[in-house]
Design a protein. Structure first.
Length: 480
């Protein structure tokens, strides 16, 4: 199933549910009496319904509300649908008021609630169907050629996008290349085969597509592998290198058969705009007031700590400018913490004093997390791009599970994606997702390294082969 077709089906489901939700909302408000309190009947609501459907189609296309835009993530889907429906209902109520169309606000409220429940159910049902055994035979088995960070990220992306109907069965790399220990499986189980046996191996494993993630995909061995795969009817895809350049906005140009990839600088216009600063001041002030009782409670519990209940650390802000970042005095790296401090850290209450940094203009509510000058001085020029915007209390990297212990390079990939797609709705969505992430972190520990794919190692003359999955469906289920 192509992603575009999936989007069309979900939009069709949304529109169908809208036509069902309005009669239900009317019944919830008036019962089965089909006469409203003013001039009307149920049909008074039909023109607003048609307008709502048209507006929703536009919002759906603009915000990519299929639920799989950046991979399936329930908190992200919840926040995006909530914001989109708030916008829809605001437009409907404002339009009805300006046009003097008297509609029951309670009926519209019921309508909005039913839309939210129905739209969310449609996306959850789509996710369940994509991971069900009924589509197990439609899942394409994918083999990744490579053993580095790009190979890992490609496997993670495929796992996070069930709508692609793909399953990573293994990895291939040169037999004289040491395995990246962060890849699934263990290199100790790998076996070596001859080059001529690769195609037989691919047939045996029923591979449908090979994805090449090597930095030098033009080597003779890889070119021969690609040619053989194409002759066997196996799809071949290539991740261009250097991969980091593709966090800009690429555009493919065909110049007389010669492919040219144009890399256009992605400017973080909203991230540096007055609208974002206004959001930081208004919402930051409200959140600061809300956080005062929690911070006060935490400070009372930490008053006996050496140095007092509060601490400050030097961080690099926008354009590398140093500033003091405030937090509660609880050591993140300490192995022996009281239950009280663990709760403070898991709920990020220790970071709430940074609302003051937001009001002072040193930080933003959403943006790349600020890092120490010692860490920043080791940035590559590519990583330094994350300093073009104000650092944030939360961001896309944090919502996706990255923390202090993760490398700056891993976080920079998410931070630059945020900078490219920053918008008012994206910021508010990330703020809502942060609350969900904090609660999830409190209720369950992080599960790292849960992927179960096997590994296959491919070399110039020899291949290292590791155990593969027993079937195409098992990985799909575990990923869900």
């Amino acid at each position: 199933m192509k992603k575009q077709r999936l989007q069309h089906w979900i939009l069709a489901g949304d529109i169908t549910w809208a036509f069902i939700a309005l009669p239900l909302a009317y019944v919830m408000r008036y019962g089965f009496t089909w006469h409203g309190p003013t001039d009307g009947t149920f049909f008074t609501f039909v023109p607003p319904l048609l307008v709502a459907v048209a507006i929703w189609a536009l919002i759906f296309s603009w915000m990519k509300l299929d639920g799989f835009r950046r991979g399936w993530d329930l908190p992200a889907t919840l926040s995006q649908l909530f914001l989109a429906l708030c916008l829809l209902m605001a437009v409907l109520m404002a339009g009805a008021y300006l046009l003097r169309i008297f509609l029951s606000r309670l009926t519209l409220s019921y309508f909005g609630f039913l839309l939210f429940v129905g739209f969310l159910s449609i996306r959850c049902a789509a996710h369940a169907i994509l991971g069900s055994r009924y589509l197990a035979n439609a899942v394409r088995r994918v083999l990744i050629v490579g053993n580095g960070p790009v190979a890992r990220e490609m496997a993670a992306k495929i796992e996070g996008h069930p709508e692609m109907l793909c399953q990573v069965v293994g990895f291939l790399c040169s037999s004289d290349t040491s395995f990246d220990t962060r890849l699934p499986g263990t290199a100790s189980q790998a076996r070596v085969i001859r080059t001529l046996g690769v195609i037989d191996l691919i047939r045996e494993q029923r591979i449908d597509e090979v994805i090449i993630t090597l930095s030098k995909p033009g080597s003779p061995e890889v070119m021969n592998l690609a040619a053989r795969c194409r002759r066997e009817g196996i799809g071949v895809s290539v991740v261009p290198h250097p991969y980091e350049l593709y966090l800009s906005k690429p555009q493919l140009l065909d110049l007389g058969g010669l492919p040219i990839l144009q890399l256009r600088e992605a400017r973080a216009r909203f991230a540096n705009s007055w609208v974002k600063r206004s959001l930081d001041v208004v919402l930051g002030f409200v959140l600061l007031l809300i956080s005062v009782p929690f911070v006060a409670l935490g400070a009372i519990g930490l008053v006996s700590k050496k140095g007092g209940p509060f601490a400050r650390e030097v961080r690099c802000g926008q354009f590398g400018k140093h500033f003091w970042m405030y937090r509660l005095n609880s050591d993140r790296n300490c192995q022996e913490l009281s239950r009280f401090e663990i709760v403070l850290q898991q709920l990020s209450i220790t970071e709430m004093p940074q609302f003051w940094n937001v009001l002072c203009g040193n930080m933003s509510l959403v943006g790349p997390r600020p890092e120490s000058p010692e860490r920043v001085k080791h940035y590559s020029e590519w990583q330094c791009q994350r300093l073009n915007v104000k650092p944030g209390m939360s961001g896309l990297a944090q919502v996706c599970g990255l923390r202090e212990e993760h490398s700056s390079e891993e976080k920079a990939r998410f931070d630059l994606q945020y900078m490219m797609h920053s918008s008012l709705f994206f910021d508010i969505s990330l703020i809502l997702q942060t609350g969900s992430t904090l609660m999830g972190r409190l209720l369950r520990p992080n599960k790292l390294g849960s992927r179960k794919e096997g590994e296959i190692s491919l070399g110039a003359t020899d291949f290292m082969v590791e155990r593969t999955l027993p079937n195409a469906h098992s990985s799909q289920s575990s990923a869900d």
